[in-house]
Design a protein. Sequence first.
Lengths: 285, 309
Amino acid sequence: MIEGALFLSALLSVFITVGIIGVLLFETVSFFGEVSILDFLTDTEWTPLFADKHFGILPLFTGTFLTTLIAMAVSLPIGLISAIYLSEYASDRLRTTAKPFLEILAAIPTVVYGYFALLFVTPLLQKIIPDLSGFNALSPGIVMGIMIIPIISSLSEDAMHAVPNGLREGGYALGSTRLQVALRVVLPAAFSGVAASFILGISRAVGETMIVAVAAGLQPRLTLNPFVPVETVTAYIVQVSLGDTPAGTIEYRTIFAAGMSLFVVTFLLNIISYSLRKRFREVYE
Amino acid sequence: MNGQETIRVEISDHKRIGRLADRAFSILGLFATTVGLAVLLVLLIDVFIDGYPRLGWDFLTQYPSRKPENAGILSAWVGTAWLMVLTALIAFPLGVASATYLEEYGRKSWLTGFIEINIANLAGVPSIIYGLLGLGLFVRGLNLGRSVLAGAATLAILVLPIVILASRESIRAIPASIREASYALGASKWQTIRHQVLPAAMPGILTGTILAMSRAIGETAPLITIGALTYVAFVPTPPVSLEPPFIHPQGLFDAFTALPIQVFNWVSRPQKAFSINAAAGIIILLIITFVMNGIAVYLRHRYQKKIRW
């Protein structure tokens, strides 16, 4: 009896996934009853809230792509260098103190980062780039990148730390320097774990909502210019939710169609990351 | 210069460059590790300078207002308190039960494997997707409306994977000898779990739950998606009172706002006075988040030291 109840709670997580897919699918199907998939994927305008409605998701995709690209350009090199440093150079004491501090970055509510991007980073950047609009992709992208650093550095560091010392000693015995061992022995050996951390970082950036909703502007625009206002898939969902959109209307359904695209992308990224992580565990533990 | 010497010179050159590169990298590495912390420090200082003058008793006891200097966070923090209590009440038992099953009962089968992959995947689903689930399932499907209960249920589902993963880790760390000793005294499997395993694992489970709650308290996107209001000049009906019938469950179904939503609302306004309010709200939010994280770290540290199996 008790076992049955516990089993049901364990099964709940499966129901949640089913629920997510079910809810998204239900509204998305009715959405595509009114809008053709071809228009959705190829139209270059996204104006469901205007009188002249266009339902091309591309401007939202480019918004998400652009902010994610900027975030990864910040977090990937910094996170990776920091991981190599912590795993191969730093003393154990520095390693164990630095990690919890870095994790504070991940604990801060994202709306706080939004505030920081809009009211601190953007004005700062405007001093360097006078053409920068008050809402833009650059500033939230950079701030998002900083938020993602701990994900990449922490997971990559775990993977590199798990590489057996024998491999390192082999490298040193051949006369390699620390840096050579780190880059040519440890990093390749930990590759699947490091790659998993990158993909998880991308997935976080794609799904991040509040930073871009606050600081990127809410204007869907098919552009890769980081200096002008854009809108991401996630920010669009927020924008519609803030208004009073009655259930059953096409505007209401757009957020589920947008959410479905988001879910599919992050789901694939998470699965790839999970299987990569599993692989490095199997090799060294 | 003969051949041997040339080689020797080249090797020492090589060594020098190698050492130099090593040195340069360790400086770069230290920089990369501290840059995040430096930004964090700048963020904290910036928010503190902006928001500190606005903090005061009034700020905590007044409703939001069109006039920024009169606006406070009463409805926001009361809403957040409701959400936290309800979210913990829903997520804690479900998370612990699920972890207990997976660690103590679940045999290796395709189903438990599937559940495991599924939980790992849920932990990576963007929070706004949970908002859409909450909107479709709780707000519309179960007809809870844009109530504090619908908000808490959404947040509970969002943090459930965190509670499950932390509880599993904690239960797994209990050595088999504890269980065997309990069986040897004639205890049943459930008695062993109930009286030995779970109490011993509780510090770790609580740590995970507190961390999960500190995540939930800052979540904004899912609450906006389920339709939490951004301007609320009332608080949910208090759950208890001094007059009969003493207990008032109708508060569960009242509309609500929460601290991060109030902050978002103020940030999105162009007037400077409102962004000062936002900064003040952020200070309160960060204090709560850091205190929760601090308690979790303290608990973990304390029990790691004390217990030696």
